[in-house]
Design a protein around this ligand. Structure first.
Ligand code: SF4
Length: 325
């Protein structure tokens, strides 16, 4: 990545302490030392199985979870671990999140207009009339109608609710948006509509995004680069097409192979490896490669030494954390 990053995390770490069991402290290693950069107007896709830490990364990055260690920088400025009320408004309007579940993320007791306009009321000095006008404008921009402002979330379909969630995030004109599995709770028939809407907004607003999903084909379509997470660590990073069509890390290989490609010609040209077993528990993980228990290419060193994410010798744009490279 040649441009200076809009947003970056340096060794971002999030552990959840579960207390002692049998005299041993149980610590969930949800994120361990994630260092990623996202350039202005770039979409970074983040993929991995459930339990890999993708959503925790998005939430910790944006400040919805306190971090255990590490830094988040926006335009080179380190964001505080806990926001002072004076700083909160500045950062709340810079970074927003679109949530996975459009059913639980909208307050059922608030009208759609109140939901979409709430951020403007809280974080800006906009008058009631300005808030109303902007809400109407954003309802129309996401494909709904101004008169929908007076209705309640239960009166809308899943796809429409996700459009309301998108309008709520975008009305503050953020520089950076985390999209956390924004289509996985939706019917297949409306998924493409929501992706097209995000694509249009990215083009018209010059947005920078972290796009979290488990559907690799979708992430390849949407993203400029793709990062692959496994058990709280990034194991591969590179241009989205390169990672998808020529995966290097054994985990990415099996992840790609288990993700059907809609085009039968490209589907035939891909690897046919399959993944076995479930992602191990993230509690008290020890040294060594975290994929070792499932890796078809495991070696002795893998069980004792944790591989670092390093550039490939012949393609420095790509990075892989594996002793094979
Ligand atoms: Fe497999 Fe070893 Fe590479 Fe881990 S480091 S992915 S166990 S070969």
């Amino acid at each position: 990545m040649s441009q200076s990053p809009l947003i970056e995390t340096i060794n971002l770490t999030k552990h959840f302490d579960l207390g002692k069991q049998g005299g041993v402290r149980q610590v969930v290693h949800a994120l361990d030392g994630i260092s990623l950069q996202i350039a202005e107007q770039e979409i970074l896709g983040l993929v991995g199985e459930s339990g890999s830490g993708k959503s925790t990364y998005g939430k910790t990055l944006i400040g919805l979870h306190d971090k255990t260690a590490g830094e988040v920088r926006l335009r080179g400025e380190t964001l505080p671990a806990h926001y002072h009320p004076r700083d909160f408004e500045r950062h709340a309007t810079s970074m927003q999140m679109i949530f996975q579940d459009p059913y639980s993320s909208l307050n059922p007791r608030m009208t759609v207009g109140e939901i979409i306009g709430e951020g403007l009321k809280l974080h800006t000095k906009a008058s009631a009339a300005e808030v109303r006008d902007k809400v109407t404008g954003w309802l129309e921009q996401v494909g709904l109608q101004g008169e929908h402002a007076g209705r309640y979330p239960h009166e809308f379909s899943g796809g429409q609710r996700q459009r309301i969630g998108i309008a709520r995030a975008m009305i503050l004109e953020p520089e950076f948006v985390v999209c956390d599995e924004p289509i996985s709770a939706l019917d297949v028939s409306v998924q493409a509509q929501v992706i097209n809407l995000l694509d249009d907004l990215k083009a018209s607003m010059g947005l920078t995004m972290l796009f979290i999903a488990h559907d690799l084909s979708m992430v390849r379509y949407v993203s400029d680069r793709m990062a692959v997470m496994y058990l709280g660590m990034v194991v591969e990073l590179g241009p989205a097409n390169d990672v998808f069509f020529s995966p290097k890390h054994p985990y990415t290989e099996v992840l790609v192979a288990s993700n059907p490609e809609p085009d039968p010609i490209t589907e035939r040209s891909r690897a046919s490896t399959t993944i076995s077993g479930e992602i191990p528990s993230p509690v008290n993980v020890g040294a060594g490669c975290r994929f070792a228990s499932r890796c078809p290419k495991v070696m002795d060193i893998c069980r004792s030494t944790t591989p670092e994410l390093n550039p490939l010798k012949d393609d420095s744009i790509r990075q892989v954390a594996c002793h094979l490279f």
